[in-house]
Write a new protein. Structure first.
Length: 240
């Protein structure tokens, strides 16, 4: 977490260095999201393997807590964002490699991304933000297999990422924003694809509807995660 805070402070410092002449274009937006997540993949905790495949209905039935928020700031064409997600699950009937035996899985995950970069203007109303940053993940997993035992693992993961965040004008109020990021570090690979349609009435409020797919491929000793978290999203943005 210290590395993540350092990156956020550095982004703020870089923004402060942009000439004051760009102040007219300064802005800040906060967007809470509802992410109707489904989960697919394999989780291994201290050698015990669980295969997870849950759609949104399954996740809701086993959800302890979830939340997602996006913060965006720009000073002229210098742009930064921070995305924070939390997901807590407690579920049974998870497939394992032990024939005829399912497992109970507890998963607490905190995900955060901080990135900063430059906005390129492709036309009068279409732009693309080119950014670099850090993605942080803290995943606590506990796998319990009847008759076999219980294993738990706690992993903190830092990855450097490259993010491309286009906003393509479709009409006066509508735009299309297919965000893509990819990176590695502690993970073998992490990537995210989130195409969204944005309705912005230029009144300090916008609505975002789309789909988000976030993938982690991570291995450390006897712990590994090959996990995809995906599903429709809807967000309500407030600009200042």
């Amino acid at each position: 977490m210290r590395k993540l805070l350092t990156a956020a402070v550095a982004a703020a410092a870089l923004q402060a260095a942009v000439p004051a002449a760009a102040a007219a274009d300064n802005g800040f937006t906060i967007t809470p999201y509802l992410w109707a997540v489904g989960i697919d993949g394999d989780i291994q905790a201290r050698g015990e393997d669980a295969n997870v495949s849950m759609d949104f209905e399954d996740v809701v039935d086993n959800l302890d807590m979830a939340g997602s928020v996006l913060l965006e700031a720009n000073v002229g064409d210098w742009v930064s964002y921070a995305m924070v997600d939390y997901l807590g699950l407690d579920t049974g009937d998870v497939e394992t490699r032990v024939p005829g035996r399912d497992a109970d899985l507890e998963l607490d995950s905190t995900l955060a991304t901080v990135a900063t970069g430059y906005r390129v203007h492709m036309s009068e109303r279409s732009t693309i933000d080119v950014q670099v940053g850090i993605r942080y993940a803290k995943m606590d997993t506990q796998v319990s297999i009847e008759g076999v035992g219980e294993s738990d693992a706690e992993n903190t993961i830092y990855d450097g990422i490259l993010a491309l965040r286009p906003r393509l004008a479709l009409s006066k109020y509508w735009s299309f924003s297919p965000t893509l990021s990819i990176g590695a570090g502690d993970s073998d690979l992490t990537w995210e694809l989130s195409p969204q349609f944005v309705y912005d009435c230029a009144c300090g409020f916008d609505v975002r509807v789309g789909y988000r797919n976030l993938n982690y491929d991570f291995e450390k000793g006897s712990d590994s995660v090959d996990l995809t978290i995906k599903g429709p999203v809807i967000g309500f943005g407030f600009s200042f």
